[in-house]
Design a protein around this ligand. Structure first.
Ligand code: HEC
Length: 441
């Protein structure tokens, strides 16, 4: 049945030659699991495109509505949290997949002649992906989004000569605001996807013209002339399925809550970037004063330049990694620096902060007495009563809290907050917890 339909279509649309070009491409040395990262990246891009389209149905790119619309997607919309989770984890997965893809190409020396153009097109795709990451981060319009983007834009401002222009182009106005959000949204959902699709087509076109690189020695390359279909197609499909399963699991199990809504007045907020920018964020902490431009633009620009020109810098014609000590050494040194910086940054971020036992007990009481039935802390809980996220800044007086807990209406006339049956010790713990809720601890 299917084959009769195919024959019918083929007699009209002449599909068989296309099938031949698409599936019968020979792979030197045969199919291998090591070649799956390119397809995995492509698959992840398609997942991002699809989930992004659905998110865009509900997302509103204005400072007044962006945060609430994401909150709505996350909490109210049927499957909204799941789709947002897929998009969020998909972005990280895409960075990992590209990284592994580049690593494989690097190890196999697959960027060497005649494939220099493939490498360059690939670096462009990598940059576009970073553009997606940067523009996408602002869209939820929470504190992290706002202040991390502020940092990014300020860094662009340190580039000599064109810095001011860059800032104006990125920001759209005098301050980070409505104009910035609409242009980041437009770039994220219109400009970058178009560029990426064009880039992928170019990348694949070049691949089809020069052919896949295959193993690094001619002996191995001539061992097999297996075609792309069926074994490589099968391997790619298995990996795509596996990648999707992991994403779905993460999206379903690991919530990714928003931080507080962006508050442009709160200049004390210290943003945390996505994990793949953490190593760089750590680097920025080490440079101060006159050395700052080194980290904010000299090193990144130099890195990009070297990346682009790499096939022309590494002139060694040998592809076998055991006989390329310079190239492999350079690559390993770079990765070592990145991972050490990432490690330090993660250690600092997740170092178990010393929690005062009173505060910890107070936090438990807060949950036990159902305070979140009326109060909200960093987006969690009902908004019937005052938001307590920063109550320690707003009401720093311990005595006030003690009196308030004993009898709310005595200090806040007309308060409908119940009098909780608290022991003296519990009163004390709960108050310590309230006082600990500050902007900067
Ligand atoms: C039935 C709803 C309700 C519950 C439950 C509730 N509160 Fe309240 N709370 C209020 C209301 C209304 C106010 C504002 C009036 C006032 O200050 O009493 C308030 C005020 C506060 C304030 C002062 C906030 C400010 O900025 O003025 C604190 C602190 C507080 N509550 C802590 C708690 C804690 C801790 C619990 C749990 C043990 C709790 N609340 C449970 C309704 C509630």
């Amino acid at each position: 049945m299917a084959s009769r339909l195919y024959n019918w279509l083929d007699s009209r649309l002449k599909l068989k030659p296309i099938q031949k070009t698409l599936l019968d491409e020979p792979i030197p040395g045969g199919a291998s699991w090591i070649y799956v990262f390119g397809s995995a990246t492509l698959f992840l891009f398609l997942t991002q495109a699809l989930t992004g389209m659905f998110l865009a149905v509900y997302y509103a790119p204005t400072p007044d509505h962006a945060y609430d619309s994401v909150q709505f997607i996350e909490q109210e919309l049927w499957f909204g949290g799941f789709v947002r989770g897929l998009h969020h984890w998909g972005a990280s997965a895409m960075v990992i997949a590209i990284g592994l893809h580049m690593l494989q190409v690097f190890l196999y020396g697959a960027y060497k002649p005649p494939r220099e153009m493939m490498w360059i097109a690939g670096v462009v795709l990598f940059l576009i992906t970073m553009g997606f990451a940067f523009t996408g981060y602002l869209l939820p319009w929470d504190q992290n989004a706002y202040w991390a983007t502020q940092v990014g834009i300020n860094m662009a401002g340190t580039v000599p000569l064109v810095g001011d222009l860059l800032v104006r182009v990125l920001r759209g106005g005098e301050t980070l605001g409505a104009l910035t959000l609409s242009r980041f949204f437009a770039v994220h959902v219109l400009f970058l996807p178009s560029l990426l699709i064009a880039g992928i087509m170019l990348h694949l076109f070049i691949l089809r013209r020069v052919g896949p690189a295959g193993p690094w020695t001619d002996e191995r390359a001539t061992l097999s002339h297996e075609t792309f279909y069926p074994r490589q197609v099968f391997m790619d499909a298995v990996v795509m399925l596996g990648v999707f399963a992991v994403l779905a699991l993460l999206a379903a199990m690991v919530p990714f809550p928003l931080a507080d809504k962006a508050n442009p007045a709160d200049t004390s907020f210290v943003p945390v970037p996505e994990w793949y920018f953490l190593f760089y964020y750590q680097l920025l902490k080490y440079v101060h004063g006159p050395l700052e431009p080194l980290a904010t633009w000299v090193l990144p620009a130099l890195f990009m330049l070297i990346l682009f020109l790499w096939p022309f810098i590494d002139r060694n014609p040998v592809r076998n990694p055991t006989r390329r000590p310079m190239a492999l050494g350079t690559g390993a040194a770079f990765l070592a620096v990145v991972f050490v910086l990432l490690g330090i940054s993660l250690r600092d971020l997740y170092a178990v902060p010393h929690v005062d036992p009173e505060v910890a007990r107070g936090k438990e009481l807060y949950a036990q007495f159902g305070c979140s039935g009326c109060h909200r802390i960093h987006g969690e809980g009902a908004a019937v009563a005052p938001d307590l996220s920063f109550v320690g800044d707003e009401r720093p007086d311990r005595e006030w809290h003690l009196r308030h807990f004993r009898d709310p209406a005595s200090v806040s006339p007309g308060s409908f907050m119940p009098k909780f049956p608290l022991t003296e010790a519990q009163l004390n713990d709960l108050t310590s917890y309230m006082l600990s809720l500050k902007r900067q601890s």
